[in-house]
Structure formats: C-alpha cells, structure tokens
Design a protein. Structure first.
Lengths: 76, 359, 264
C-alpha cells in the first residue's frame, strides 16, 4: 500500500517568525528554531519531519511565501 | 512674570498641548507622517474633556480642510495640521478660506517631496506656502518656528493674527521640529471664545440682519473690489507683522540667511566659523510672509557685508526673496540639501567658505 | 525514506508564484496582506495574463506593492486608486486592471472615487483589505474600526456618538448597478485562502467578460496595530471582526445574494 510522505523547505532568511505555519500544521510537523536569522527572527523548521504529508497548508498560510512543499508516494 | 510649566516635549505633542491651552475650539485632521502625533496627543489627552474642544479625524485632508472652513465661518478658533502632500490636497480649501476671509490656523510639518516623497524634513514647501499653493491672489501669514518653544508659542499668536486679519495663518514647520524633543515652557492656558465676530454665521440674533459667507462673486466689478480689499489687508500685514532674528550680524562680513531647523544648525556653523576668526552672522526670518525685505536690504547696504548665503532644505526657494531684497547689491550664494537629507553644521560652514572663497 | 530524497524538483507541489519579485514584503510578521498579495499573483499566473495586467497600489501598508510583483503596477495617491484604475482602463480596455486598497484608502479618503468607479461599473477588480485600522501610520482609527475597539485616535474605544459607526461599505457598494460581484473572505486558514483564490479568479474572469466591477474584500488581521501576536490576532478577528463583517458572497453575477434584512 502506498503512503504519502512530504517535506518542506523554509527560506530561513526570509522567515519572519510569525509561527502561523506551526499553528496551521495538522500534524505538528513544524517548530521554531532556537537560532535566529540575520534579522533576529526565529525561523520555522521541520521539528517532526516523519509526520509530514505534504498537504501544502503551511505553504499556503505563510504570509511571506517562504515555504516550498514536496510530496512523494512511497511504496511500502 | 508668572511661573510657566516646564516640560520635555516632542514638537508635534507641543503643538497639540499648545492648541488646547490656546483655547482652540476644534481640530480637524487626518493622519500623515511626520505629524500624526498631533491628533494622537489630542485624543490621548482627551482634549474634549479638558476644554470641550472638538477633535475629529476626517476621512481625508480634502474633507478636513472643508471642516475647517465650516468651523471658521462660525467665527470659532479652528485648526488643522498636515504635511506636504496633505497640504497640497488642502490647497483648494485654503484658497476658499482666504477668499471668504475666514480665520484659521494651519500647520505644515513639511516632508521631502515632490509627490509621495519621503518622511524626512524639508523646506521645499516655501513656494507653496508663500507664493502659490491654492488658486488666486491670496497670501498666508506664515510663521517659521525654529524650536519646539516657538512651535508652541506660535499657536495662540497664529490664532490671534488670523482673527486680526480674517485670513489663514500658516505655521511652516518641518519633520525635524515635529519629531524632536526639547524642554519648553508651556503657554499659560486661556479660555475658549465666548463671543464671536459680527461677520460669523453662527445664527442671527433677534432684530439683526442675517450674515452669509462666500468666496463667490459673479460680477467682476464687485469681485475686483473684493480683491482690492484683500490686497489692502496684505499691505497692512507687510507693514505691521514682519518678524525676524539677527544673530551676530553687528560686525558680520558674510551673512547666512536661514529659517526653521536649518537656522538652528546654522547657529552652530557660525560658532565654528567664529572660532576660526571669520566674521559670520545669521539672519533668521521668522515670518516668511510678510518677508523681512527691508532688513535684509539694510544688511546688504552695509559696506562691511561682502555677501549673503541662503541655506535651505530645498533646491532654493527662499533665495528668490533674498535676491529681491538684495537687488544686486551683493552676491547671494546658496547651499541646500534635497529629498529629506539634512546637512551638518560643518557642511554649511564649508559651503560658505567654498562659495565665497574664504580661506 | 530520507527527507533529502523527498526534497527533489520532481516532487515539488507548492511554492510561491514566479510572479513574485525578489523584494521582501515590508509587512509585519503574520500580517494577512502577504497572503493576499501572493494569492493574487497565483491567480494571474494561472490565468496566463501577466503581460496584460496592471495593478494599482494604494497608500497604506501596501504602498510598496509595485516592488513585490513582476508585472506592471501604478502608484496612486491616497484614496484615488479607483480613479487611476478608471483612467487606465478607459484607454486600455483589454488589459486586466485591479486596485489593492486598505480600509482608509477605499472607505475613508477614497470613498468618493470608489463609489463612483463602482457606479460607472468600471470593468476592474477591487481588492479591499479590511483590518479595521490604519496600520502604516501607526494604528489609528479606520472607518471599519469596531465600536469599542481601541486605536491611537480612539484610545478609550471607538465612541459611535462622536466618531461614527463602523462602516460596512461592501454591502453598500453591492447595491450599485454597475457592480456585478461582491464577496468577502479571509486568509487565516488554508481553507479560507483557497476560497479567496477561487473568488479572485472569478473576479478576473468577470473583468475578462466585461461584466462590471468586482469587489473582493478580505477581512484581515493587524497584529501590530491590535497589539497581539499573529495567532491571537487571527483569533480575535474570528471572535470580533467576523461578527460585523461576516464572510460570504453578497452579490454574484449582478444579483444580490445577501440577506437585505440582516443587520449591518
């Protein structure tokens, strides 16, 4: 049976740390880094990458368009 | 001399506090950087609760100036403040107020232009204020403060001059004055008006003839008379209301002419020049209209004076009036910064040396 | 499977539109403006009209709109966007023209221009961002500010007796004959963003079909002006803004579909 696996990339430098993606993700994939970017913002990252299904909700909700979403079907 | 309350205040807030203390009846305005704090202060301090004055945020500057026109026609002390693009919007309304011979107080906290420009200070609204702006033959009695203290003091002075001549008074400030904080002595409060001028349309008492306010006259013979009456008023202003300050001009060989924030900076330039042994003075017009032509001409007449230099935050606007005053007697140089940039005292000092070849 | 195996170009399912320019948005973190700006670009890209579109930027937080897109944008003076749009559309009727305006631009200083462009039924799209505040100038009261809501020019809360009522302007505009489509959306959840995208698509198609004026209102947050975090601001918006400005269609294809008897 096929399983959907997803992954996202975040443009760390352009992320403003608004955390809306973290709240939006149904699978609790995202978290905020302890590091900061050159503007002083904590940026989003995949804290729990295994749970990502590539639903694109985080990409859609991001006000700054810093998230790109990838999805692949994996044969079990 | 009574004790005046001393406070450290931002220019914009000082305008608002002074307006309340001047017994203003209404402020109609619209947010625009760098003067939005004027209205915010009036709201935050609840001016209406303090004196009963009306404070209203209009839906635009066009609307705001027309609210001022309405309030002014009732003979009350009404005012607005804005910044360059907003003043452009108000130009039609200002022309109407002048044409209808109504008093009001206008404040322009100038910013860099033209167009949307920048939010940093500028003096490039000089022409707009003193020479043009709205349509038709009218003048704005124009006060140019160069400190937060003057900004505050000019509020009630502005109202009084407006009522004296039935004409708008304009306080031409700039973004630096509006935003900077200085220690000031607040004007003592005076009450709001309880009696209004005869010409005001605020309801005709029993047995008196009704009044009306307009700037329209379709008969050119009559409208010429209106214009002649306006011109007489302006000649009176020119005779009675010229204000200026001279700093170290008694022995000066070169004179810097500057107003507003530039005059403050130029004072430092003069210090630096004097320390090097140069005899430099500063002439500061305080009224830009009526302009101190006679006083500048008198300086140019002095044998010891070798030249004058206008320093402005513009491409050179006041310099035209200085040249009119000097009438070719002595050379008139210029130094200016544009688009919101503000010079240092050294820049002005060096510009003077360079222009007049002073070693 | 490793994350690195998933992140491959052939697996890409979502990224921001290629019509977005390099310049970073000046909007505050979490502001709804960003989502709307990006969604408009997606619609234009998907419709293939990027060479035939002209946007008009207002004065307000989105004053630098022209920096964010890779298609033509014209700056308008505060409130005048609908008049500028009219001027452009009348000499270039085959281009897609849209305005992007805030609550001050459209419903305060621009009320006259907005009303009359709608009244003439200009074939344009008006995108209206309603966050009940003047963000760019530091958080002053807007025509759409709610009763009791605090801003810097109504620090004790909007007092309707002296300051007027919150202006629910889109239902008013919907009643003008020149207007064919009026709809209200939000961008606080992905589902709502998807609905907005459909609405924007419909609006641009109306323009293509010369059906008159389309107005797409987006009720949005202003976390800076409201003094809340982005998440708190969205929650507050749902609790309070949606009560006065409920989401949904008001006019579709020239026919009013809202309840004319409902309180506004």
């Amino acid at each position: 049976m096929a399983k959907i696996r997803g992954a996202v990339t975040v443009d760390n430098e352009r992320c403003k740390g608004c955390e809306l993606c973290v709240y939006t993700c149904d699978k609790q994939v995202l978290g905020m880094s302890t590091a900061v970017n050159s503007k002083g913002y904590h940026y989003a990252y995949m804290a729990n990458p295994e749970a990502c299904i590539g639903c694109t909700n985080c990409g859609i909700i991001c006000p700054d368009g810093v998230i790109s979403v990838y999805r692949v079907k994996v044969e079990e | 001399m009574e004790e005046r309350e001393m406070r450290l205040m931002k220019g914009n807030e000082a305008i608002a506090e002074a307006a309340i203390r001047a017994g203003a009846d209404a402020f109609y305005g619209y947010p625009i950087t760098p003067q939005t704090e004027v209205m915010e202060y009036l709201m935050e301090t609840d001016a209406t609760a303090r004196t009963g004055m009306a404070v209203l945020q209009a839906e635009s500057e066009v609307s705001a100036i027309n609210m001022v026109y309405g309030g002014a026609s009732t003979g009350h002390r009404v005012m607005t403040s804005s910044s360059s693009p907003g003043i452009s919007l108000m130009s039609e309304g200002i022309s109407f107020i002048a044409g209808a011979e109504l008093p009001c107080l206008l404040i322009n906290v100038s910013r860099g232009g033209p167009g949307l420009g920048t939010i940093q200070p500028s003096q490039a609204d000089y022409f707009q204020t003193v020479k043009g702006g709205g349509h038709g033959d009218y003048k704005l009695l124009t006060l140019a403060p160069s400190s937060v203290q003057e900004l505050a003091d000019f509020i009630s002075l502005g109202f009084d001059l407006a009522f004296k001549y039935r004409n708008p008074t304009m306080i031409l400030a700039d973004g630096a004055l509006g935003q900077m904080m200085e220690k000031i002595y607040l004007p003592a409060p005076r009450p709001r008006m309880t009696e209004y001028p005869d010409w005001a349309t605020n309801g005709t008492p029993e047995g008196k003839e009704r009044r009306f306010i307009t700037s329209l006259n379709l008969l050119p013979q009559e409208h010429e008379l209106v214009n002649i009456r306006l011109q007489k008023k302006y000649r009176e202003m020119e005779k009675n209301e010229v204000r200026y300050e001279m700093i170290q001009c008694d022995d000066a060989e070169y004179v810097i002419v500057a107003f507003g924030i530039i005059a403050r900076i130029a004072q430092k330039s003069i210090e630096l020049a004097r320390a090097k042994g140069h005899k430099i003075g500063l002439f500061r017009p305080i009224t830009l209209y009526p302009f101190p032509y006679d006083q500048i001409r008198a300086l140019a007449d002095e044998n010891r004076v070798k030249g004058l230099m206008s320093v402005e935050l513009s491409a050179g606007q006041m310099i035209e009036d200085i040249r009119l005053a000097v009438e070719g007697r002595k050379p008139v140089g210029f130094f200016g910064r544009l688009g919101g940039m503000v010079p240092t005292p050294e820049e002005i000092e060096n510009a003077l040396y360079e222009y007049f070849n002073i070693k | 499977m490793e994350v690195n195996d998933i992140i491959k170009p052939e697996n890409l399912v979502y990224q921001k539109s290629r019509l977005m320019a390099e310049k970073q948005f000046n909007f505050c973190p979490g502001c709804g403006h960003g989502v709307v700006v990006r969604t408009i670009a997606e619609v234009i890209e998907e419709m293939g009209i990027e060479h035939d579109v002209i946007g008009i930027s207002p004065v307000g937080c989105s004053v630098f709109l022209y920096d964010f897109y890779k298609f033509d944008v014209v700056e308008a003076a505060h409130g005048r966007a609908c008049a500028v749009a009219t001027g452009i559309k009348r000499v270039q009727p085959d281009k897609f023209v849209f305005t992007y305006q805030g609550d001050g631009d459209l419903a305060a200083i621009g009320t006259g221009e907005t009303m009359h462009a709608c009244n003439r039924g200009e074939n344009i799209v008006i995108v209206f961002i309603n966050n009940g505040i003047y963000g760019m100038t530091g958080g002053q009261m807007a025509p759409t500010t709610l009763e009791g809501m605090k801003t810097t020019t109504c620090p004790r809360g909007r007092d309707v007796k002296t300051m007027g009522y919150p202006l629910n302007i889109t239902p008013l505009l919907a009643q003008l004959d020149g207007v064919c489509y009026v709809t209200r959306h939000s961008v606080h959840t992905p589902a709502n963003v998807r609905k907005l995208k459909k609405a924007l698509r419909q609006a641009f198609e109306n323009q293509r079909d010369k059906k008159g004026t389309s107005i797409v209102e987006v009720v949005s947050n202003c976390n800076s002006g409201w003094g809340l975090t982005p998440k708190q601001a969205n929650d507050w918006m749902v609790e309070n803004m949606f009560k006065k400005y409920p989401l949904g269609d008001m006019k579709v294809d020239g026919k009013l579909v809202m309840d004319m008897n409902a309180p506004r």
